[in-house]
Write a protein of this length. Structure first.
Length: 501
C-alpha cells in the first residue's frame, strides 16, 4: 500500500434489510437500528485509532440503518433513511470513497429494485469521481441498474454467514487499496444466472455450493483480478431482479469476464445438485421422528416462518402440531418452541404472573391466520435485554424482542415475545436452557453455529409461511421467466453472456 500525500476521506453508510414480499409484515422506521457518528464507527474493528489504516484514512460516519428481516419496507421509512444518507453524503464534503454496507434483498412498497433506486441516489450525492465499494449478503440481488453505479462489489462467501464482518472489512480494504494505488475503478464483469434457490439449498457447508464458493479466493488471487463474488439471490421476493449473479472485478477485463463466465456456467450446470442443508420432512413427520429418536436435544427448524429470512414470526402452526402429538401433549416428552411473536399474550402472562394458568389466543396478529387457543401455566417471565447485534463481533442488527413469557402445556413450552425475535444462540433463550428439553423447535432455516453444535440431530421442517421453502406454492408472478426451478424441462441453454460495466 502506498501512503497518499493526505489522508483519504472515506464515508461509511447504508441501509440493510432482507424483505419477503410474501410476508404481510411491513417494516417501519421503528424496526431499524439507526447508527450515526462515533457509534457507527464503533461497528467495525478497522476504523479505530489502533488500526493499520488510521494513518491512511479519515473515516467519515454517515448513517447506517439495519433491521431484522421482515416484510417490505414502508415507502415513508425508506425515503426518510435515503434522504438522511444522501444529505449526510453531501454535507460531508468531498469524499474519496464510500464503504456501502448493505444487504441487497430490500423490498420497498412501490419499488421493484430498491437497492437500484437507493444506489442511484447515493451516486448522485457522492459524485462520479468517488469510488463506491459495496459489502453484501450472498442472498442479495445484483441487478444491472444496481451494479452500474458501483465500483467494487463483494459478498459473503459462507452460509451461514460466519464471514459477515470479514466481508465488510474486505470491501473497505479493497477500496483503500484502489485509492492509494491510484488505479481507480476496475473493470466489472457482471452476469445473472436464471436460477433462484432458497438459502437452505445453497449452504456452503455442502456441495455444490462448497466448491463453487471455494473457487472465489483462488480467482481473487489471480494477477489482474481484484475480487470475485457469487450471489444466490433472494427467493422470497417476487421481483424481476431476483436470481443468482456473478461479479468479478479486475484490471484485466478479459480475465475478469472469463472467470465470471466460468463461475456462471458452473452454477447453471450444477443447478439440480443443490439440496437442502439437512434432512427434511413435513411438520408431523419431523415431530414424530424427533420424539422417537434417542438423540437429545433434537432440533427442528420451523423454516416457513423464519424471521431472519423475512417471515412474520407469529405463525402458531408448529405449536399446534406439537400439541397434537400425544407424547408431547401428555408430557412424556418435552419440547421448547421459542419465538412466537404476540405482544398481547405476553402482556397477559405478565399480568397473571409465574405459576398462573392462562388462556391465550396465540399468534396471527401479522399473518392474519387463525390464532391457537393455548391453555397453560406461566413458567417464566423475562424482561427486555440489550442485544449486541451491532457490535463489531455480533450478528448484524437483530433487535431484541422485548419482554418474553414462557407458557407450558403438557410437555410443550412456548416462548412468546413482544417483538419479532430470532433464537440463534444459547443466550437468546435467557434463563431457559434448551439443552434440557427433548425437542427444540426454532423458527429458523439452516442452523446457526451455536444451534448446529447443540443439536444431537435435527430436521428441517417444510412448514408454511412467508419464507416457505417450497417456492412453487408461494405464487411468484413477477420474476423473469424462464427461471429454474419454476421452469426446468426444455430450458437448457440460457444466455450467460458477461457484461463489462
Amino acid at each position: 500500500m502506498t501512503t497518499p500525500t493526505r489522508r483519504l476521506r472515506i464515508g461509511i453508510g447504508g441501509m440493510s434489510i432482507e424483505s419477503s414480499t410474501f410476508c404481510p409484515h411491513r417494516s417501519t422506521y421503528d424496526d431499524f437500528r439507526v447508527t450515526r457518528d462515533a457509534d457507527l464507527l464503533a461497528r467495525y474493528t478497522w476504523t479505530g485509532p489502533g488500526s493499520d489504516l488510521d494513518d491512511v484514512v479519515e473515516w467519515v460516519p454517515l448513517v447506517h440503518a439495519v433491521s431484522l428481516p421482515g416484510g417490505a419496507v414502508e415507502r415513508e421509512t425508506y425515503d426518510r433513511i435515503k434522504v438522511e444518507l444522501t444529505d449526510r453524503i453531501r454535507a460531508a464534503g468531498p469524499l474519496d470513497g464510500l464503504v456501502y454496507d448493505i444487504h441487497g434483498a430490500m423490498s420497498v412498497v412501490g419499488l421493484q429494485d430498491a437497492e437500484g433506486d437507493l444506489t442511484d441516489a447515493v451516486r448522485s450525492a457522492i459524485g462520479s469521481d468517488a469510488l463506491v465499494s459495496a459489502a453484501m449478503d450472498l442472498h442479495g440481488n445484483v441487478s444491472r441498474r444496481f451494479a452500474d453505479q458501483l465500483d467494487l462489489i463483494t459478498a459473503h462467501r459462507l452460509a451461514p454467514h460466519e464471514d459477515a464482518w470479514d466481508t465488510r472489512e474486505r470491501a473497505a480494504r479493497k477500496l483503500v487499496e484502489r485509492l492509494t494505488s491510484g488505479k481507480g475503478r476496475p473493470s466489472v464483469a457482471w452476469v445473472q444466472i436464471p436460477v433462484l434457490l432458497p438459502g437452505e439449498k445453497t449452504s456452503t457447508r455442502l456441495e455444490p455450493a462448497k466448491s463453487l464458493y471455494g473457487r472465489l479466493a483462488g480467482i481473487e488471487a489471480m494477477d489482474g483480478i481484484v475480487d470475485a463474488a457469487i450471489w444466490v439471490g433472494y427467493a422470497w421476493a417476487d421481483e424481476p431482479r431476483c436470481k443468482a449473479a456473478v461479479v468479478v472485478t479486475g484490471d484485466d477485463a478479459e480475465l475478469a469476464a472469463a472467470q465470471a463466465r466460468s463461475l456462471a456456467e458452473e452454477y447453471w450446470r450444477v443447478r439440480r445438485e443443490f439440496v437442502f442443508v439437512g434432512p427434511t420432512a413435513d411438520a408431523d413427520t419431523a415431530i414424530a421422528q424427533a420424539v422417537a429418536s434417542d438423540a437429545r436435544p433434537f432440533l427442528i427448524s420451523d423454516s416457513g416462518d423464519n424471521p431472519t429470512a423475512g417471515g412474520a414470526g407469529d405463525l402458531p402452526y408448529m405449536l399446534e402440531r406439537l400439541l397434537s402429538h400425544e407424547e408431547l401433549a401428555s408430557g412424556r416428552s418435552t419440547a421448547i418452541h421459542p419465538g412466537i411473536m404476540d405482544p398481547a399474550a405476553v402482556a397477559a402472562c405478565f399480568e397473571a404472573g409465574v405459576g398462573a394458568t392462562v388462556n391465550l389466543s396465540v399468534g396471527g396478529h401479522i399473518s392474519k391466520c387463525e390464532p391457537y387457543q393455548l391453555t397453560g401455566t406461566v413458567t417464566a417471565l423475562q424482561g427486555a435485554t440489550a442485544a449486541d447485534g451491532d457490535g463489531p463481533r455480533g450478528n448484524p442488527a437483530y433487535d431484541e424482542g422485548g419482554r418474553s413469557a414462557a407458557v407450558t402445556c403438557g410437555g410443550v413450552t412456548a416462548v412468546l415475545t413482544e417483538r419479532r425475535k430470532p433464537f440463534h444462540t444459547r443466550a437468546d433463550f435467557g434463563e431457559l436452557d434448551p439443552r434440557t428439553y427433548d425437542l427444540v423447535v426454532v423458527k429458523i432455516g439452516y442452523l446457526e453455529p451455536e444451534l448446529y453444535d447443540m443439536a444431537a440431530d435435527w430436521l428441517l421442517a417444510l412448514t408454511p409461511g412467508g419464507v416457505d421453502q417450497d417456492l412453487l406454492r408461494l405464487g411468484h408472478h413477477r420474476v423473469e421467466r424462464p427461471l429454474y426451478p419454476f421452469d426446468d424441462e426444455g430450458f437448457e441453454d440460457p444466455d450467460l453472456t458477461v457484461t463489462l460495466l
